[in-house]
Design a protein around this ligand. Structure first.
Ligand code: NA7
Length: 543
């Protein structure tokens, strides 16, 4: 039969970003045969596609890096506190070369379909080239912010100039000199790119639906001394990030709530964090994500800063976020974002009060007024966490597709597997800390857990593994309950699926913290993969 003639692997990995690269490395080390399919022309995943001006990680480079190889972490020199996209991509390429990973990666190839073959107890995987291979296991390393979303705005296709999406930026240089540029979207990507586009363009018009909280990055070159201090302390830094920190980032942990301090002390603490810059602004107190009154103190501080920086009072007012508690939409880290609105060639248009009516061949029409532009930049985000999984047509043994099962929201056990889909793992899937954490810390934890699990199965001659329905129901309820104990569900965020019209509103990531989550996963494994159902080869395979 054709199935018998197909190429066979122990594992097919979908995606060659940071998750897929490390997964391949671990599988090889354990002697599993693996094939990685990657839709891009190179490694790096999100860092391969997000080449927009100003693209940079908001986790510090010394921490947004692999820890699995001591030589790698001692030898790689990060040049800045926050690595720019080019450097992160260079690092991903370095890792691919250093560990000789490319020979098992097939680029420019999408996985289109995966059908569980009950007879083979494995997956029949079809790629965009039309080829089908067999694999006992499939690992989806498809990323959480990888499926760029261009909203359906009336008239967009009639626009005469170029339309770019930050999440799918051209590989050639884009030059905005002498152009009037329209930027739609003020999430992290819009906030990072606006200051740089403004320096180049004749005019930049920013179309803002929701004003966002942003903290200065205070990016700077890293000195050799700073790098050395990190490197000497890596064992403790990495341990802390994995086991203690909620978000997988080594930093001082707050021991008190915002309302436990008098106002002047609170302000001086906020000021110290603002001056230092970065994500740790949100960790000055331990209850900013939990208590609205506490949260308001931090939000007010940032709104005050915006009013100080932005000279035109009407613009400042529009830039001050007031629709959601600070941090409940991913907080942004910027370089000169608010200051950019003091430039004479930058204007801000409120599209909350008056949404975009339509895009004409040369303008964006809002409230009957045509804002003329020569080029458009869509910084409109992603179909986050589930978007890239949903693009693959996955059929379980019962005939149900994963999209059918997830129609009312993703359901997983530990974010790792979904009941009804045996031998299919997801890295940083919905139901795991994922996007609420330093992604590399979460990726390494998932990859190591999966690698141990596959070893366990091989040693015992087990053919299939599947999330149990009860364990999954309980986990989904737990993820939901923990989220609803916080302020996070109050925002229309992509964590909630709220940015995609029609997407079910479910808080997708697990907010219990990476340390807690790791312990749960380890305990499940120690108890013989409690909650999962593993089966031995029941009958000898028929020829
Ligand atoms: P985000 O954070 O999802 O931001 C998208 C922005 O685009 C946000 O301001 C949206 O407004 C806006 N948007 C989306 N759709 C529309 C439509 N139809 N009309 C007007 N404005 C729209 O994506 P990013 O790429 O910036 O960042 C994603 C993550 O990558 C980031 O959190 C970091 O973790 C890295 P809204 O807020 O929905 O009103």
């Amino acid at each position: 039969s054709p199935a018998e003639a197909a190429e066979t692997y122990d594992v097919v990995v979908v995606g060659a970003g940071f998750a897929g690269l490390y997964m391949l490395h671990r599988l090889r080390g354990l002697g599993f045969s693996a094939r990685v399919y990657e839709q891009g022309g190179g490694v790096g995943g999100t860092w391969y596609w997000n080449r927009y001006p100003g693209a940079r990680c908001d986790v510090e480079s010394m921490q947004y890096s692999y820890s699995f190889s001591e030589e790698l972490q001692q030898e790689w020199d990060w040049s800045e506190r926050y690595a720019p996209q080019v450097e992160i991509l260079k690092y991903a390429n370095h890792v691919a070369d250093r560990f000789d990973l490319r020979r098992d990666i097939q680029f420019n190839t999408r996985v289109e379909r995966a059908v569980f073959d009950a007879r083979e107890k494995g997956w029949s995987v079809t790629t965009s080239g039309g080829k089908t291979v067999l694999a006992q296991f499939v690992v989806l390393a498809t990323g959480c912010l990888s499926n760029a979303r261009k909203p359906d705005i009336k008239g967009l296709e009639s626009f005469k100039g170029p339309v770019y999406h930050t999440g799918n930026w051209p590989h050639e240089d884009v030059d905005f000199t002498d152009l009037r540029v329209g930027l739609i979207g003020t999430g992290s990507s819009g906030i990072q790119s606006a200051p740089i586009i403004a320096e180049q363009a004749k005019h930049l018009t920013v179309f803002q639906r929701t004003a966002n909280f942003s903290i200065p990055a205070r990016n700077a070159a890293l000195t050799a001394e700073e790098r050395d201090t990190f490197r000497q302390n890596y064992p403790e830094i990495r341990r802390f990030a994995r086991e203690i920190a909620r978000n997988g980032i080594y930093a001082e942990q707050p021991d008190r709530g915002a309302l436990d301090d008098a106002e002047d002390i609170r302000r001086s603490k906020f000021k110290a964090r603002w001056d230092r810059g970065g994500l740790t602004f949100m960790y000055v107190y331990n209850n900013l994500g939990l208590d609205r009154a506490a949260n308001d103190t931090a939000a007010d501080y940032v709104r005050g800063k915006i009013a100080e920086i932005v000279k035109d009072p009407a613009t400042a007012k529009l830039l001050q976020p007031n629709s959601h508690p600070i941090g409940t939409k991913r907080i942004c880290i910027d370089t000169d974002y608010f200051k950019t609105f003091n430039r004479p060639n930058v204007s801000l248009v409120d599209i909350k009060a008056n949404p975009i009516e339509e895009i004409t061949p040369n303008a964006v029409r809002v409230a009957g007024h045509d804002h003329e532009v020569d080029a458009l930049v869509m910084a409109t985000g992603f179909d986050a966490m589930t978007g890239s999984v949903a693009k693959i047509d996955i059929h379980g043994p019962g005939g149900q597709t994963l999209n059918q099962k997830w129609a009312e929201g993703p359901k997983t056990y530990l974010g790792l597997m979904s009941a009804g889909f045996p031998n299919l793992f997801i890295i940083t899937g919905p139901g795991s800390p994922s996007v609420l954490s330093n992604m590399i810390v979460s990726i390494e934890q998932h990859v190591d857990w999966i690698a141990d699990c596959l070893t366990h199965m091989r040693e015992r001659g087990l053919a299939t593994m599947e999330a149990g329905g009860d364990a999954e129901e309980k986990w989904v309820a737990h993820v939901n309950e923990v989220a609803h104990g916080t302020l996070y569900p109050q925002a229309n965020s992509w964590y909630m699926g709220a940015n995609v019209p029609g997407k079910p509103r479910i808080f997708m990531p697990y907010i219990g913290g990476v340390g807690v989550y790791r312990r749960i996963c380890d305990e499940v494994a120690a108890k013989g993969y409690e909650g999962f159902v593993m089966e031995a080869e029941m009958q000898p395979r028929k020829a």
